[in-house]
Design a binder for this molecule. Structure first.
Ligand code: B12
Length: 454
């Protein structure tokens, strides 16, 4: 079909293939952005969410009843990235792709954060027609137009340029939002994209690019109000790679939330550096209820080993300010990474003891993702070989310490403490149970019995 301007209009279906429910089901924000972008470009776009919309039988019916120019599959997670609770998700995604192929002959396009980490491998594994690495808002509508016009591109994998302008998520169907609200009461919002840091293990710059791009603070605050008033959100997670940017955009967002009368509690990932008391006070007035701190390693040597540009003394200082402000916080720390040895292990665990009135989530080993510094380090240290496939999860453990030593030391140090979590999947099960009885938010903060605005 064509519009009056003779631009081809494509009939598109975006399938959110994620079926992971730990630590809780996460609303498919990326798919929401794509549906908006496709519609704004004049295409017709619908969305199917495997968790919320009835699973494979309902998807099969939808595909059989429609005629699509393009079916996009959003791939969020490869695996649980946790050596203590090893779960792989690709087999389930392959089953979904097979089902789509069985019920539709539309070109199949892959995208999403997990796809962007291993595009070539996933194209081959899943046998897709096209793939988009990075943000889909520009490339997907263009590709849809080309396909509807009968001009399928010769190239198979496209790499998005980081979007300079605004991106705008819509809310997917009310029933989709309702599913997520029934499982945790939380919806998610992005205030910026990109990550300029060079943490050795991290794939975020591959997915979002290195350049920070900010959304208008007022647009963020309006979206939060819309999610509360129109969708019934009771808690917000800001899904930025990290919230507290050095340019101070996060403070403008906080001011906008206050100006727009935000009443929802919220949580975000924070980098444990900077964050003076006046910033924390402002964030608290804006509704900040729980801070997830990307501390990542527990002593200076291992912090440097994973490319962090802060010291443990800076972590302690931020921690002191956060606790003094009465804010709930959790530190996320990995052991067994580059330069870990028996000495750093005991130094790191002793350092964690200095983090009082908080929750610590610990992980053993680091999932090796292609293109990251840890991948090069793992090759150099002989942890993996050049031809080791990373589709099957591989974890980096420093050659100076065994996996058993690492896990044994964490278990001994955390024994008998409710606020020290290892392995983390055991806590995830508790979160699921608490969400079932109507509790909202990330819920680790309940351990601390802090006063929140919930
Ligand atoms: C915020 C976040 C969380 C929060 C979510 C909180 C919340 N309420 O929203 C929490 C902490 C709960 C979380 C949990 C987990 N997470 Co997480 N998370 C993220 C993070 C930082 C942002 C995701 C996001 O919302 N992005 C914003 C949206 C708008 O972008 P997007 O989804 O990428 O979509 C864009 C593009 O990808 C593309 N796109 C998306 N779909 C499609 C489809 C098509 C067809 C096309 C063309 C394009 C396209 O266009 C979209 C718009 O630009 C990413 C890392 C990152 N920077 O991407 C990790 C990330 C997605 N998480 C990851 C993982 C592993 C997990 C967990 C499995 C970890 C665990 N064991 O607990 C769980 C799974 C949770 C679940 N139920 O699914 C991995 C996934 C890849 C992998 N390594 O397997 C990532 C990439 C981080 C990493 N380690 O590399 N996560």
């Amino acid at each position: 079909m064509a519009t009056s301007l003779n631009r081809p209009v494509a009939e598109c279906l975006i399938v959110s293939a994620n079926q992971v429910v730990t630590p809780y089901p996460v609303y498919p924000l990326g798919a929401a952005c794509l549906v908006t972008a496709l519609r704004e470009a004049g295409h017709r776009a619908s969305h199917f969410d495997l968790l919320a919309d009835g699973g494979h039988p309902a998807l099969a019916l939808l595909l059989a009843g429609g005629r699509f120019d393009l079916v996009g599959v959003s791939i969020r997670n490869l695996d649980s990235v946790d050596s203590a609770a090893h779960e792989e998700y690709l087999a389930a995604i392959a089953t979904t792709v097979d089902l789509i192929r069985a019920h539709s002959d539309a070109p199949l396009v892959l995208g999403g954060p997990a796809f962007s980490i291993m595009p070539g491998e996933l194209m081959d594994l899943l046998g897709a027609d096209f793939g988009v690495v990075g943000e889909g808002e520009e490339l997907l509508p263009w590709l849809a137009g080309e396909l509807a016009a009968g001009r399928p591109p010769l190239e198979r994998i496209f790499r998005a340029r980081p979007l300079a302008g605004l991106w705008q998520p819509s809310t997917l169907s009310a029933s989709t939002a309702d599913y997520y609200l029934r499982h945790g009461g939380m919806l998610n919002v992005q205030t910026k994209r990109g990550c300029p840091y060079a943490c050795q293990y991290c794939s975020y710059p591959q997915i979002e690019g290195r350049t920070l791009r900010f959304r208008e603070p007022a647009a963020v605050a309006e979206e939060v109000n819309r999610l509360r008033d129109q969708c019934g959100a009771r808690y917000i997670f800001f899904a930025d790679s990290f919230f507290n940017d050095s340019q101070g955009h996060y403070l403008e967002v906080a001011e906008a939330l206050i100006r727009h009368g935000n009443t929802l509690p919220w949580c975000a990932f924070f980098r444990p550096q900077g964050l003076p008391p006046e910033a924390l006070r402002l964030l608290q007035r804006a509704g900040l209820a729980a801070m997830e701190l990307g501390t990542d390693a527990a002593c200076d040597r291992t912090l440097a080993g994973i490319g962090k540009s802060f010291t443990f003394a800076e972590v302690l200082e931020v921690h002191r300010q956060v606790v003094a402000a009465g804010l709930a916080c959790a530190h996320f720390v990995m052991f067994g990474g580059p330069d870990e040895n028996a000495e750093t292990l005991s130094e790191g665990l002793a350092n964690l003891d200095r983090l009082e009135q908080c929750v610590v989530f610990a992980f053993a080993g680091i999932r090796i993702l292609p293109g990251t510094g840890i991948h090069a380090r793992a090759l150099a240290d002989g942890v993996i070989a050049a031809d080791t496939s990373l589709l099957t999860p591989q974890f980096y453990f420093s050659p100076q310490v065994s996996q058993e030593e690492v896990t044994g030391a964490i278990r001994r140090a955390f024994a008998g403490r409710l606020d020290r979590i290892y392995p983390c999947h055991e806590f995830s099960q508790r979160i699921i149970d608490l969400h079932k009885i109507g509790c909202v938010g990330p819920l680790w903060d309940l351990i601390l019995k802090k006063r929140t605005r919930r």
